[in-house]
Design a protein around this ligand. Structure first.
Ligand code: IVH
Length: 682
């Protein structure tokens, strides 16, 4: 075959395979069998291997990249990803309808859709090609997960036909079918990994893996429910999604148009029972106004559109027996009671443990060993106990006593006034606290020394090599090489070996050296001061600029910073009052860690690239010029008046009413200072 013929054949194969994918993944009606399909793919692979210059980016062979994702890049959404207002009641659904009808005089058509229980994703297509896939994140900005999204077969790399807009975003939910979830968890148990609590967590975890090839094996799927762009073909939601289906996008077949709210209620009632027959989880129904014009008239609240509502089904519940309670010690010494339950099936998974949170919750529930309890799955990984069937209680049961001493080190527990939790005050002698602090110090968002994760800290601690963060920087090659330990997972499953081979040791020492340039705010967060999370750490760095100034600050100076009250200020003061902490910090300083704000490092970012802002009102943490500078410093643009090209309005105290009206009318998100800070502090 000459090159021209090969080129033509490659194009032909790509179109043919893409068409079969469309029939299989989108229409669910394949026209060839697997063997013939595989033959086409093999032929394409062979030609691409022979002629690498003919490999096209949208070739079906290019779905699974071989590069590992080092770090997910944060991307600001062109259109923020809002949430929906929720309800569990028919009455509130009808209230929603009344509000809509009050604002819109004519007929309103609704679209009822399933509320998929997975993770939201936003895809950008330019000229029909998938350009980017981003997670929801905080709604303003999310993580770029394009390489992972490409592995999902129901996400086309190239759209079909040529009727699609030049650029648009389409949003949907990435999920795992229950069947795929069971297969995955079975495999994880066999390999000694912790099983996922539910399909949603499994989907979320999968999308954030660093190896696209591993994501590919998870068998993720995706449905789309929202399309955004300037040149969409219709002025209605339903019709645009049907058009998107023609372009090859996976649009749910379950969505329907409803003329009345009674029709909507009929849909909700039907799916309440039918949902168990679906191959995937849903947690409710989403009801949306179909017309864009009517949507615009309805506008948005700060967080969600006024033209949509989510009706959620009651969480599924199961009854089981509380067998025993364990008390776990966290890195800050907080004691968490965890219930061990008689295994019970709940929403497709077996539940064995549930959090009991603290002593207050235990007494409020009035729960005892041997009781029949109700467990529910909420948003958390660990299900919670929501009630007790006291009528089934055994006559000789006794109230559940909260422990008085630490189960790990025997120290008497303390409970501060006004706080729900008990904690162990033995910070420097209680093993899970020492190990927990070290694990926190090396974690990704802190010092990012992940090569020390997965059991390695535990081993170093057991060998007496590290007790605090500064000890990590004294480690030498010969201290580490050859260390070994076998880990037996708590929940059954295969044993795992932690071992320090040559390459591992080199990686660890390199990562420790690299961590010397981690910025001050991350170092401050890494210290693990109680109540000082990432955001507070950043605020402290901005206000004080260096650690000595922070140490010298009085409570009054600290509480002047927005969001810092007495509780956080006291915790900071308390931390720096301890000589052992100051000594450790001085060792970390000697090792070259950053303890002051580095203007070069902190000032410039491209986080707001291409975004236009209007600023209105008075702000507490910025002067108006200061806020504008912050926008520009991070790559954004500031303009004086709102137009359809404005991306965000930042509203302070006393925002101009005209500006507010205009922003709402045009559907431009109004964000406050805190949301803006979250955008630039990513
Ligand atoms: S519409 C502005 N439709 O629910 C409205 N969302 O609480 C955009 N979800 O983050 C969302 N199924 O992840 C919409 N059919 C559906 C949905 C759906 C699931 C999720 C989505 C969103 C959350 C909103």
């Amino acid at each position: 075959m000459d090159k021209t013929t090969v080129r033509a054949r490659v194009s032909e194969l790509i179109s043919e395979i893409n068409e079969h994918n469309y029939r299989y993944y989108i229409l669910n009606s394949p026209v060839i069998d697997d063997v013939r399909y595989d033959m086409l793919v093999k032929e394409l692979e062979a030609l691409e291997t022979q002629y690498p210059d003919l490999v096209q980016p949208d070739s079906p062979t290019q779905r699974v990249g071989s590069d590992l994702i080092k770090e997910f890049v944060s991307v600001v959404h062109k259109y923020p990803m809002l949430s929906l207002s929720n309800t569990y009641s028919k009455e509130e659904l009808f209230d929603f309808h009344n509000r809509v009808q009050k604002a819109i005089s004519g007929n309103v058509e609704f679209v009822s859709e399933l509320k998929f229980d997975g993770v939201a994703i936003s895809l950008t297509y330019t000229n029909g090609r998938l350009i980017r896939a981003v997670t929801r994140g905080d709604g303003i900005q999310g993580d770029d997960v394009t390489a992972n999204a490409k592995t999902i077969r129901s996400i086309p790399l190239q759209l079909r036909g040529n009727n699609y807009p030049v650029e648009f975003e389409i949003r949907g939910e990435v999920f795992l079918t229950r069947n795929q979830f069971e297969i995955l968890n079975k495999l994880r148990k066999e390999e000694g990994d912790q099983p996922f609590a539910n399909p949603r967590n499994a989907a979320a975890g999968s999308l954030k893996m660093q190896d696209p090839a591993a994501v590919d094996k998870r068998g993720l799927d995706c449905y789309f429910y929202d399309i955004l762009g300037d040149n969409l073909p219709y002025n209605t939601h339903y019709e645009n999604l049907q058009a998107a289906k023609e372009w090859g996008l996976h649009i749910p077949e379950y969505m329907v148009r409803c003329k009345t709210i009674e029709d909507v209620w009929g849909y909700i009632a039907e799916w309440e029972t039918q949902r168990t027959l679906l191959p995937f989880d849903i947690d409710g129904v989403v009801v949306k106004v179909n017309s864009y014009e009517q949507r615009q008239a309805l506008g948005f609240t700060a967080k969600s559109p006024r033209w949509a509502i989510a009706y959620k089904y009651q969480a599924q519940q199961a009854a089981t027996i509380l067998q025993t309670v364990d008390f776990q010690v966290g890195r800050t010494g907080i004691i968490t009671p965890v219930a061990n339950l008689k295994p019970v099936l709940l929403a497709g998974t077996v539940v064995k443990r549930a959090s009991l949170h603290n002593a207050d919750i235990i007494s409020k529930l009035d729960v005892r060993i041997g009781d029949t309890v109700f467990v529910e799955k909420g948003g958390e990984i660990i299900p919670k106990i929501t009630g007790v069937d006291h009528s089934l209680r055994h006559a000789n049961s006794e109230p559940l006593e909260f422990i008085s001493h630490c189960p790990e080190c025997g120290t008497a527990l303390i409970r501060n006034e006004g706080e729900a939790g008990h904690f162990c005050p033995n910070e420097d002698g209680c093993p899970p606290q020492i190990k927990g602090r070290l694990e926190h110090f090396i974690s990704r968002r802190a010092m990012n020394i992940e090569s020390l994760g997965e059991g390695k800290i535990e081993l170093l601690y057991e060998k007496g090599l590290v007790k605090n963060a500064a000890d990590l920087y004294d480690l030498k090659y010969d201290d580490l090489l050859g260390l070994e330990k076998t880990i037996i997972p708590e929940e059954g499953g295969k044993e795992r070996k932690v071992s320090f081979r040559e390459k591992t040791v080199e990686n660890i020492l390199d990562a420790l050296a690299a961590s010397r340039s981690v910025p001050f705010h991350s170092v401050l967060y890494a210290l693990g001061i109680r109540h000082v999370g990432e955001t507070i750490a950043k605020k402290l760095c901005i206000s004080f600029g260096n650690l000595d100034a922070l140490i010298a600050a009085g409570t009054e100076q600290l509480t002047q910073i927005p969001d810092i009250g007495d509780r956080i200020a006291n915790s900071i003061k308390d931390y720096f009052s301890k000589p052992e902490h100051l000594q450790m910090i001085s060792r970390l300083k000697e090792h070259g860690l950053q303890f002051k704000t580095n203007i070069e490092q902190e000032a410039v970012s491209t986080l707001l690239d291409g975004r236009t802002f209007v600023v209105s009102g008075v702000f507490s943490g910025y002067s108006r010029d200061g806020l504008k500078q912050a926008i520009v410093k991070n790559g954004g643009r500031v303009v004086g008046s709102i137009s359809s090209k404005t991306n965000f309005v930042i509203a302070g105290e006393n925002m101009g009413p005209e500006k507010k009206k205009k922003a709402e009318k045009l559907g431009i998100p109004i964000i406050d200072e805190a949301q803006f800070n979250a955008m630039i502090n990513a």
